[in-house]
Design a protein around this ligand. Structure first.
Ligand SMILES: NC(=O)c1ccc[n+]([C@@H]2O[C@H](COP(=O)([O-])OP(=O)(O)OC[C@H]3O[C@@H](n4cnc5c(N)ncnc54)[C@H](OP(=O)(O)O)[C@@H]3O)[C@@H](O)[C@H]2O)c1
Length: 352
């Protein structure tokens, strides 16, 4: 049985020695995942390299083997994380080859930046959710029994953009914020046997931007702008994120679970300050702008509860309101009460 008070940390002199550990890193054929898989190989682990493109997977596997102190051969598997069959195969091959799993790193991902008005916006959203969120959860779901057996750990590569808003990043940010709450809920559910953490990188030099559909000029401009806001004075490198992953997987982090480790050279806090300034303006406008005369406000779920309260307030502030819900008697009642609150007793559209 696990004792809440008996288990005490010890000084670990070789916390970064991963000899005998098995580490699977998705998206390890490029960028951050490549940096992570190579570092774990250099620190003695048996590693699994994976991605969709065989040539890249094989190249990274060979380079990782060269870095391994005992020249351990990585398992190289071509897999598309949006396919359930590929994820099953990835895990089955890992267990068949190495007999266990100690560390799962979810890193396969992509960023597409699209305004909400773009006709393809929902297509972009579905793709990002599939790769950046569903695949993380599905592989985690498959891996949990194996990680329980080894007191293993899960690390998901998230993004600063999942924590602070940036224009045109709605779909991407939702996929990353979803992963962050997944990390926190699973930390509660899977402790004490499995630790679950996230790393939130800032701008990192990888193929990410090129794969995002942005042209090179825009990417360059974006990086120059961002660079000015990074206190550490440089763009992040995959090894910066990999060092954080090695720390979170190590015994030095044995009391850390459900955490977001931000690795961004300090950019996050500057972004936050900019955001807080904007936020204050929004509140100033809200205070001066409570006259909604001439505005039309539609509130779904307004036949009861919170929606009812909202629609009544807008009616009281002069707006034309639309009340809706599944039950006609409730919709009518709220409509009549909202009309009573309206300064000009704005007419009911329905019932006529
Ligand atoms: N670079 C940044 O500035 C930055 C910042 C914050 C967070 N991140 C996050 O870091 C993670 C890694 O991105 P990166 O910067 O390393 O980008 P990258 O260099 O483009 O690498 C992305 C990796 O994901 C793999 N991948 C993409 N779609 C996949 C799919 N459907 N199935 C299997 N593998 C797939 C790619 O392999 P194939 O294309 O060969 O399949 C590649 O190995 C992502 O989750 C990203 O959101 C990056």
């Amino acid at each position: 049985m696990y004792c809440l008070f008996c288990s005490k940390p010890k000084i670990e002199k070789n916390a970064r020695d991963f000899t005998g550990k098995v580490v699977l890193v998705t998206g390890s054929s490029s960028g951050i995942g490549e940096g992570i898989v190579k570092l774990f190989s250099a620190l003695g682990a048996n590693v699994v390299v994976t991605g969709r493109k065989a040539d890249r997977v094989n190249r990274v596997a060979q380079e990782a083997q060269q870095l391994s102190p005992k020249k351990l051969k990585p398992l190289a598997i071509v897999a598309d994380v949006t396919k359930n069959g590929d994820l099953n195969n990835l895990l089955n091959q890992t267990i068949k080859t190495f007999g266990k799993l100690d560390v799962l790193v979810n890193s396969a991902g992509l960023g597409i930046f699209s305004p909400v008005k773009d006709p393809n916006f929902m297509k972009v959203f579905d793709t990002l959710i599939k790769v950046n969120l569903r695949a993380y959860l599905k592989l985690t779901h498959l891996a949990v029994p194996y990680l329980e057996a080894t007191n293993g750990t899960i690390i998901s590569i998230s993004a600063v953009m999942g924590m602070v808003p940036m224009k045109y990043s709605t779909a991407y940010a939702i996929s990353k914020a979803g992963g962050d709450i997944m990390t926190r809920t699973l930390a509660l559910e899977l402790g004490p046997r499995i630790r679950v953490n996230a790393i939130n990188p800032g701008v990192t030099a990888t193929n990410f931007d090129q794969n995002s559909g942005l042209d090179e000029k825009t990417v360059d401009m974006f990086r120059q702008q961002i660079l000015k806001r990074i206190p550490m004075g440089r763009i992040g490198q995959p090894l910066d994120v990999a060092n954080a992953a090695a720390f979170l997987a190590s015994k030095d982090a044995q009391y850390i679970t459900g955490a977001n480790l931000v690795v961004d050279g300090g950019m996050f806090w500057l972004t936050k300050i900019l955001f807080i300034k904007t936020d204050r303006n929004v509140f100033m406008n809200a205070r001066n702008g409570r006259d909604f005369t001439g505005k039309v406000v539609l509130v779904t779920g307004s036949s009861s509860g919170i929606g009812e309260g909202i629609v009544k307030l807008f009616s009281a502030l002069g707006a034309n309101v639309v009340i809706t819900g599944r039950k006609a008697d409730r919709v009518n009642r709220v409509a009549q009460e909202a009309q009573q609150l309206s300064p000009k007793k704005l007419q009911l559209l329905w019932p006529m």
